[in-house]
Design a protein around this ligand. Structure first.
Ligand SMILES: Cc1ncc(COP(=O)(O)O)c(C=O)c1O
Length: 376
């Protein structure tokens, strides 16, 4: 028998792969449910924009040809949408793939990376798999502590700082002066990777335009996705916005044509309907604020969010609460999974759905409080 642990890179030993948990069909069978509402992964609940399906189907005629020209088209469409040049756009099959590409572009064994605790978990796993050492900086009041991140980066001589903004799982946003302090405080040879997966949900009044930092030559790497507001999570499409010379280096590391024609067609077609993004942002904001209001009225404490999810201090055993909601056909994330016992994270959506979630959560929470169930 081959002992694979002796053959693979030692940095992989002890790391756990991402485990998505039971499928919807398994959950339906386990709980005897016909319908399940998925509020646990922050997908854009409204799905693709109208008309996307037809364009994707039409593209399948060309399924036999590598998507060279489709890449160029997507680069141009994205560049026009975000307001920069196509040479700065690096398409990828989702931000998840970009995280690995960036890690393998920058990190050698023993290199240090700095990130907030809690944040999106894939940065740490991917960098650790690449052989890097992870330095975690606790958040303050559920917000990135940018001064502590910069100080940790200087102390460690870090090569990368990962900044998820708005942060997952908290939904909180970095402010302009904080961002400028972070940039100014980075050490030599250190880049900051900003995951803007949820940027389209952010109120334009408080949104930071980091593309100007990229264009000004700052050591900034931006990552965005079509999985959220564009509702294309199942097609796997994202992109980086970077300085042109870095785009070439990322393309050396990531495999050619890793985005398929269907995803590229969906992305282009979505951008032709980009006027709908604002509608979705406003609908999400209304649903999110309604959920926050209802939960506040019931005595829970939502963390102010700029994304399509809400982190809520429920003050009861979050695993029991999430399990109770799942039995009623509503999937949310128990905060314990992020080290936030007593919290749940809920994907936000239309007001009627949020009313239902608030009512079910309030009832279950009251039951747990009455039973004296302790906070996990
Ligand atoms: C912060 C963050 N980045 C990236 C992703 C995944 O993005 P993609 O679907 O483009 O791989 C998620 C998904 O939940 C996320 O929360």
């Amino acid at each position: 028998m081959t002992d694979w642990t002796r053959l693979v890179r030692p940095s992989l030993i002890g790391l756990e792969p991402y485990r998505p948990g039971p499928s919807l069909e398994e959950l339906k069978a386990a709980y005897g449910l016909d319908e399940i509402v998925k509020l646990n992964w922050n997908e854009g609940l409204e799905g693709p924009f109208p008309g996307i399906e037809e364009e994707v189907l039409a593209e399948l005629e060309r399924a036999w040809i590598y998507p060279a020209e489709a890449y160029t088209d997507l680069r141009e469409s994205v560049a026009a949408w975000v307001g920069t040049t196509p040479e700065r756009i690096v398409p990828s099959h989702g931000i998840q793939a970009l995280i690995a590409t960036v890690a393998h572009t920058f990190l050698e064994t023993g290199a240090k990376v700095v990130l907030t605790d809690p944040t999106y978990g894939l940065y740490a796993t991917t960098c650790a798999a690449a052989g890097a050492r992870i330095v975690q900086v606790p958040s303050r009041h559920h917000r990135h502590d940018v001064d502590a991140l910069a100080a940790a980066a200087r102390e460690a001589g870090a090569r990368l700082v990962w900044l998820c903004d708005p942060n997952n799982p908290t939904g909180t946003l970095v402010e302009r002066d904080e961002w400028e302090r972070l940039l100014a405080g980075l050490p030599e040879r250190c880049a900051v990777v900003v995951d803007e997966a949820y940027v389209e949900y952010v109120d334009p009044e408080v949104r930071l335009d980091r593309i100007r930092d990229v264009e000004a030559g700052a050591p900034v790497i931006l990552m965005r996705t079509f999985s959220k507001v564009f509702g294309l999570a199942g097609l796997r499409l994202g992109y980086a916005i970077v300085d042109d010379p870095l785009a070439s280096l990322l393309d050396v590391v990531q495999e050619p044509f890793n985005v398929n024609r269907a995803a590229l067609a969906a992305g282009r077609a979505s951008l032709r309907r980009s006027g709908l993004v604002d509608e979705r942002r406003l609908a999400n904001e209304a649903g999110r604020e309604r959920l926050a209001d209802r939960l506040r009225e019931a005595g829970a404490e939502p963390v102010p969010s700029q994304a399509n999810f809400l982190l809520v201090d429920v003050g009861v055993d979050d695993v029991a609460l999430a399990d109770g909601l799942a039995r009623r056909g509503i999937l949310v994330r128990a905060g314990s999974e992020f080290g936030l016992g007593g919290f749940v994270r809920i994907t936000t959506g239309p007001i009627p759905l949020m009313e239902r979630v608030a009512a079910e959560l309030t009832e279950l929470r009251a039951g747990l409080l009455a039973a004296g169930a302790p906070t996990a």
